[in-house]
Design a protein around this ligand. Structure first.
Ligand SMILES: Cc1ncc(COP(=O)(O)O)c(C=O)c1O
Length: 453
């Protein structure tokens, strides 16, 4: 398939034997041999790839992606080839995806290709990367979350989006915003700015950890709504991995005529999310945690209804139709453009398969921890109350902060602590490339540390 995209050509090459032969015989591969393509892909799993390059000077410097064949089962064996796309140091175990995820090698290569292109020919390279972002990254992101292309802007992270949505919401002195006690600092700090700057009131609704039920969460928020309340702002998945009933909370907000602003940093990439169905006014997320994107990527979504409520600080000409939410100025184009590869990989695997794989691993972890004794798992086993990938627990005699460094230094296992919500908890966030064997290694190391304690 050959598509003309302005001065760029996009090839989609399916590497079944017949097509490869045809491609080798008859098509212009833009200077790439079949071997080059295979080397760029992940061994054994690569089935389809695209090449996008300018017609002349930058041939070979554009975007090329591997699209991965989806695994047919949740077990480690089925995910072995995908695991090989991640270049973590051999011998290290990484279970801190909720802080910062790992991009696959193909994404790392896409960033490098973008930098090469822009360094070789800055103007043509810039144009190429901008086209990849507008013609491929944003439309794909919009498709994944079922929103309009014009409703999404790219940001450097979730925090940037959260500040933009909170600082922009039209509020008057005395108006109240409800947040919950389980917000990340990026979920409550912008509201503190609004308190100081605009005289609004921010009230925290206490939500116990772990949750007792969805209804308990909803009722606690419902019972806190007053006549001054104008908005509710909460995370879809908490830092500790508890899953808020996001759709029901948005419906509750709508019932009372309140704006609903959501922090999706820990949710996106772990399971399918339909923002049109959720119906919130704004939603911000990171793409460098669970979405396999390169570091420094995120997005802000503002719905049609949110547009009139959320002002932008960036343009005097902004209108409700063209709100100009994107932070202005030069951005890291190679990093944003490399999202194309991350999103292609993510969609070719399928978010439902990622959810099942993450759930399989965290279920195995929870079972193993329960067998150990002296451990209190704080994450619900119900899929309605916990996200697929993050698990928190307390272990007898273990200080969580100290445990993080002991595990890194003595066992080469990277985890995080969750000393919030009244816990002295350890957080384990496992993604598709972790294995049961790694979980066994973690549990064995924990056992040793508990014995020492
Ligand atoms: C719930 C939640 N919100 C927001 C953030 C901030 O994300 P970012 O670093 O991408 O801004 C985090 C980061 O861990 C988080 O856990």
């Amino acid at each position: 398939m050959l598509t003309d995209l302005g001065q760029w050509h996009i090839f989609k090459i399916v590497l079944g034997d017949d097509q490869v032969t045809d491609a080798e015989k008859g098509q212009n591969l833009g200077g790439f041999s079949r071997r080059d393509f295979l080397q760029l892909g992940s061994v054994g799993t690569l089935s389809t790839m695209y090449a996008c390059y300018p017609q002349e000077s930058l041939i070979g410097e554009g975007s090329i992606q591997a699209v991965i064949s989806p695994p047919q089962s949740v077990d480690d064996h089925s995910w072995k080839d995908i695991r090989e796309s991640f270049i973590l140091d051999k011998g290290s175990v990484y279970m801190n995806n909720a802080s910062l995820g790992l991009p696959p090698l193909e994404v790392v290569q896409a960033v490098t290709r973008g930098y090469r292109a822009i360094s070789k020919d800055p103007i043509a390279g810039k144009t190429m990367l901008q086209e990849i972002i507008t013609q491929r990254v944003k439309p794909q992101l919009s498709r994944i979350f079922n929103v309009e292309n014009s409703q999404i802007v790219l940001t450097r992270n979730a925090s940037e989006g959260l500040y933009l949505q909170s600082l922009g919401l039209r509020l008057h002195p005395g108006d109240e915003v409800l947040i919950t006690t389980q917000e990340h600092p990026a979920g409550y700090r912008p509201w503190r700015v609004r308190e100081d700057r605009d005289g609004i009131r921010v009230s925290e609704v206490f939500i116990p950890s772990p949750f007792t039920s969805k209804d308990d969460v909803i009722n606690r928020i419902r019972n806190s709504i007053k006549t001054e309340t104008k908005a509710v702002s909460f995370c879809h998945v908490t830092r500790g991995g508890h899953l808020y009933p996001v759709k029901e909370l948005v419906e509750l907000a709508q019932e009372y005529g309140l704006f609903s602003l959501v922090d999706g940093a820990q949710a996106v990439g772990q399971f399918p999310i339909d923002l049109a169905d959720i119906g919130c006014d704004a939603y911000s997320a990171s793409l460098h945690k669970w979405m396999l994107g390169p570091i420094g990527t995120g997005f802000l979504f503002v719905s049609q209804s949110g547009r009139s409520a959320i002002q932008t600080s960036f343009s005097a000409d902004a209108t409700t139709e063209a709100p100009a939410y994107a932070p202005p100025g030069t951005v890291s184009l190679p990093v944003y453009a490399a999202l194309e590869t991350a999103l292609d990989i993510l969609t070719s695997i399928g978010l439902h398969r990622i959810e099942d794989r993450c759930r399989f691993l965290s279920d195995y972890l929870k079972e193993s921890l329960k067998k150990l004794g002296g451990v209190q798992v704080l994450s619900a086993s119900s899929t309605k109350l916990s996200c697929p990938g993050s698990t928190i627990f307390e272990a007898r005699g273990i200080d969580a902060v100290n445990f993080v460094s002991v595990m890194a230094q003595e066992h080469r296992i990277h985890v995080d602590e969750h000393q919030r919500d009244g816990h002295n908890a350890i957080r384990i966030s496992t993604h598709i490339y972790n294995t049961q064997e790694e979980i066994d290694r973690l549990v064995e190391a924990l056992k040793q540390e508990m014995k020492k304690a």
